[in-house]
Design a protein around this ligand. Structure first.
Ligand code: NOJ
Length: 580
């Protein structure tokens, strides 16, 4: 096959305003989002913890990626029980991270470079050190009492609620001062806010407006489906599977009313973007959240594909029998179909709650790390959904695979381990699994160069740097045109110069192929074929799409073979020339 295309990507689809897409064009559908975990990005004061000045120092690097939006994990004041997801002051910057002045410099620095900023909105719960909670626990008649969910002890023990973040596995904590229990779906330092109370909702909307008026461009909304729950707290059915928890913890009777109210009170006043973390939302009710006519959310992210390689009935353990690519492809197909005409999707393979994408979905061996990381970027940036790329994945960072509990900082790993240990559970198996799937795998410091601690800090990093930093780092990858980093940049440019990759119709090719994930994207007369070998073996693609004469737009091998044979982790995007 003839190689016709040369970099940079030089073609555009004709008149984009006339194209026949069914969904409405919006800027937030066309952006690429870079998720930035401040604690691990860059430390400038030697305390081993990333800070806002560190992000400011790296603004030109961030710009160089070609991304459009930064989602920054929480930087608000917090005692850090859950690394910032336990907020004690929504309007202050965590001292470890810097000051509000630093924040303003950062925001302006991003805007000056044409990059938008979305912040985490964590309002299912606060920290137990938030003023509201400190008041609330003082007495049963305190004006803030009703800001949280309390269960008075004279009613007996509250119906059991499980918490994965709690050593005792209970989501109710007894507080002797008022002889009552309070609800905390997450750790005992994260009491759940009572959204039934209109005052709570109005405080949250005011706080959101405070940040929007400062100039941020929107929010990523933490466990947003949990804000409304069944506060009658019915008993959990006996023997209930872990995966059936949603009706008891989330998606309560007023969820849509609250989201609608939030849209009216806050989002409708700004040209902004939002994305909800939507545990429990399925394809059946997806559009209830993001159909634009309903005025709730713009987008959300679901979790269905993240179960790959993990036990189906208890997501704490690795299960290699649950690695069926055909099933996985169908998950993406189903979700794509949901948003074909209304709403809009998101796509991600890594974040601060997951282990590293290259280790989980690719192959982190020396031989295949770079190839598979590039293949996964080709996937993320060629699907019909807004892509979220987690910092570090642009250089193919990998898991640390710790097998000792002492190596962990994440309360989720530590507390669940203790829970199992105290109750005679399989804590060793859990630890073995967590070497591959723990959240700390995704939180290790960014690998900037091959100097001590990867150039992340001059002090002692809060979480150990991955040992492979001398070979896997930004500085080294800047020097090579074939690095993961430069491939990622090229792939972003390809997406941005080609609306077919954003809005084009998605169709699976050779859907029963167990090694290859392949699909076409089509918009008007433009047709692209994406071929991704997800395996470490050669694979053949069965397809009717004629690639003779096609342009190769991008490929992670030096030269595609041009036949139906694909090498391990090979990724190619073809522009099909003939009208087929
Ligand atoms: C989801 C966040 O992404 C995670 O990091 C956090 O622990 C929980 N929500 C609780 O806020």
């Amino acid at each position: 096959m003839e190689q016709k295309i040369a970099y940079p990507f030089s073609f555009f689809i004709g008149k984009i305003n006339n194209c026949s897409m069914l969904v409405k064009r919006k800027w937030w559908k066309e952006v690429v989002v870079y998720q930035l975990y401040p604690r691990s990005f860059k430390d400038t004061n030697g305390d081993g913890i990333g800070d806002l000045k560190g992000i400011i120092e790296k603004l030109d690097y961030i710009k160089s990626l070609g991304i459009d939006v930064v989602w920054m994990n929480p930087v608000y004041e917090s005692p850090n029980d859950d690394m910032g997801y336990d907020i004690s002051d929504y309007r202050a910057i965590m001292q470890q991270f810097g000051t509000m002045e630093d924040f303003d410099v950062l925001l302006n620095g991003l805007h000056d470079r044409g990059i938008k900023l979305i912040m985490d909105l964590v309002v299912n719960h606060t920290s137990d050190e938030h003023e509201w909670f400190k008041e609330s626990k003082k007495s049963r008649d305190n004006p803030y009492r009703n800001y949280y969910h309390w269960w008075d002890a004279e009613r007996g023990k509250p119906p059991y609620r499980w918490s994965i973040f709690d050593e005792q596995s209970s989501a109710w904590k007894y507080d002797a001062a008022t002889s009552s229990y309070y609800l905390h779906i997450f750790s005992e330092k994260q009491p759940d806010l009572n959204w039934e109370n209109p005052q709570v909702r109005s405080e949250v909307y005011d706080m959101m407006k405070f940040w929007m008026d400062k100039g941020i461009d929107g929010f990523r909304m933490d466990v947003i489906t949990c804000i409304s729950k069944d506060i009658a707290f019915p008993e959990l059915p006996k023997g209930m599977a872990v995966s059936d928890w949603f009706p008891y913890y989330a998606k309560g009777p007023h969820l849509h009313a609250y989201l609608n109210e939030m849209h009216r009170e806050v989002f409708s006043g700004y040209d902004c973007m939002n994305v909800g973390e939507a545990s429990g939302v399925s394809i059946d009710d997806a559009l209830l959240f993001v159909d634009e006519d309903r005025n709730e959310l713009q987008t959300f992210y679901h979790f269905e594909h993240t179960g790959f390689g993990i036990s189906k009935d208890n997501f704490m353990y690795v299960d290699d029998t649950n690695r069926d690519l055909v099933e996985w492809k169908n998950i993406f197909l189903r979700w794509d179909n949901v948003f074909a005409e209304k709403g809009w999707g998101t796509i991600y393979l890594g974040n601060h709650d997951m282990s590293r994408m290259t280790s989980r979905f690719g192959n982190d061996s020396d031989r295949y790390r770079e190839l598979s990381a590039k293949m996964l970027h080709t996937f993320l940036l060629s699907m019909r959904a807004t892509p979220y790329i987690y910092n570090g994945d642009e250089i193919g960072m990998t898991n640390t695979n710790h097998t000792s509990i002492d190596a962990y900082e994440d309360l989720y790993t530590i507390n669940y381990y203790n829970q199992l240990r105290n109750n005679g559970g399989d804590y060793e198996g859990f630890l073995r699994s967590h070497a591959a799937i723990s959240r700390d795998n995704g939180r290790t410091p960014m690998q900037w160069n091959s100097s001590t601690h990867a150039g992340f800090t001059t002090g002692r990093p809060w979480l150990a740097v991955n040992k492979n930093y001398t070979t896997v780092n930004v500085e080294e990858q800047e020097t090579r045109s074939d690095s993961v980093l430069n491939y990622f940049r090229n792939m972003i440019q390809l997406r941005k110069s080609n609306l077919t990759l954003v809005y084009g119709k998605f169709e699976l090719i050779d859907e029963n192929n167990k090694q290859i994930f392949s699909y076409t994207r089509q918009l008007d007369n433009q047709k692209l074929l994406v071929v991704l070998n997800f395996s470490d073996r050669e694979a053949r693609l069965k397809s009717d799409v004629d690639i003779s004469g096609a342009h190769v737009l991008i490929s992670n091998y030096v030269k595609p073979l041009g036949i139906d044979l694909y090498r391990p982790y090979e990724a190619v995007i073809y522009k099909i020339i003939k009208n087929q």
